[in-house]
Design a protein around this ligand. Structure first.
Ligand SMILES: Nc1ncnc2c1ncn2[C@@H]1O[C@H](COP(=O)(O)OP(=O)(O)OP(=O)(O)O)[C@@H](O)[C@H]1O
Length: 337
């Protein structure tokens, strides 16, 4: 279990203006600014849960993961993971956690992947039989047979990511921190990585904390979301509830001919969201195109279509729901982060 209570972390950063003279001046008169990266952070994550930890750039996600993995000490607050304080019991703690950073590697660049695995086996003091069994399982599930003898630097990004995930799981950790695990991967590799994580959580009840800007990862893997912004937890709840909050909105994509549209209460043009083709003839056949957001708390979708078709001759219409990306954009807007 992960229990985080009232964690605070402020970074002190030296400040200076550009230019040589300014650099010289700071030798005698250092000025600092203070960045509050984490502000009274509290949450609990139960064993076997998969949680999406999301927020915009600079929100405090990496700082949290660093504290949870024991490489950063907070200024105040407590954190207990399986009864241990990560930054105080680092050696014992790392046996319980695996970490995958999509943008960094934990594999040695110039040696075959299997050599990196064997080094990790020695670092984590994995017993020979345990290592053999785990390696076999990971080779099969992640399809590593053909690449395990290749040096890391010769692997494609997708191949490397599968090896990174295997490396983080060799010592059979109870908790896995995944930081952007599918960044830069093609669609096939993304799906393979997601399926593996789901399967691993099912088999071993591994707790997974997923930090990502890829909302398809979140949708595929997690039921619970923790939203962080400016160092504070803004929301902690189910993805389903979050989607429901915005489910009162639907979007109509409309091709029509004839006059300009007059919109009723509950109908808003989505033209201000970058849809510059509103009301224009995009077909070259005299058809106009509009994107209209419908607030279904104010007007039923059938009533909205009825009102529109009374004004113009509708040639094509489709109705879409807010995507997970749109939900997150709305959340960020709502919390002004
Ligand atoms: N070592 C550091 N020294 C100074 N400031 C830092 C340090 N690490 C993080 N910060 C600052 O703390 C804040 C939170 O950063 P953090 O890296 O935790 O955000 P993040 O949510 O992971 O962002 P991203 O999505 O861009 O990775 C930012 O304002 C960042 O500039």
């Amino acid at each position: 279990m992960i229990q985080v209570e009232h964690i605070n972390k402020t970074f002190q950063v030296a400040r200076r203006n550009a230019g040589f003279m300014e650099a010289f001046k700071t030798l005698f008169n250092k000025q600092y600014e203070y960045i509050k990266a984490l502000d009274d952070l509290s949450f609990v994550i139960n064993d076997g849960e998969m949680v999406g930890y999301i927020g915009p750039n600079g929100a405090g996600k990496s700082s949290t993961i660093k504290i949870l993995s024991g490489i950063l000490t907070p200024d105040s607050g407590t954190c207990l993971i399986n009864g241990r304080t990560p930054w105080k019991n680092r050696v014992a703690h790392v046996q319980d956690i695996g970490v995958v950073f999509g943008q960094r590697t934990q594999l040695w660049w110039d040696v075959p992947v299997i050599d990196s695995f064997e080094l990790l086996r020695d670092i984590y003091k994995i017993p020979p039989q345990g290592y053999k069994d785990k390696l076999e399982e990971l080779i099969t599930l992640l399809n590593l047979e053909k690449i395990i003898k290749t040096p890391t630097r010769q692997l494609s990004l997708g191949q490397r990511m599968r090896c990174e995930i295997a490396a983080s799981l060799l010592h059979d950790p109870k908790i896995l921190f995944l930081d952007e695990p599918t960044i830069g991967l093609d669609a096939v590799s993304k799906i393979a990585v997601r399926n593996f994580i789901l399967d691993m959580n099912n088999r071993h009840k591994t707790t997974v904390i997923l930090t990502t800007h890829d909302m398809q990862d979140i949708e595929a893997l997690t039921k619970r979301i923790i939203l962080i912004g400016k160092g504070k937890i803004l929301l902690d709840g189910s993805l389903q509830d979050m989607k429901k909050r915005f489910a009162g909105h639907k979007r109509l994509l409309l091709d029509y001919d004839g006059r300009d549209l007059e919109l009723s209460n509950g109908m808003v043009l989505a033209a201000n969201e970058g849809h510059s083709d509103y009301g224009k003839d995009t077909s070259g056949f005299g058809l106009k195109h509009s994107i209209i957001d419908i607030d279904t708390d104010k007007i039923q979708i059938s009533e909205a279509i009825g009102k529109l078709s009374a004004q113009v001759d509708i040639k094509d219409i489709s109705i879409t729901e807010a995507s997970i990306d749109e939900v997150v954009v709305k959340l960020y807007k709502e919390y002004e982060i």
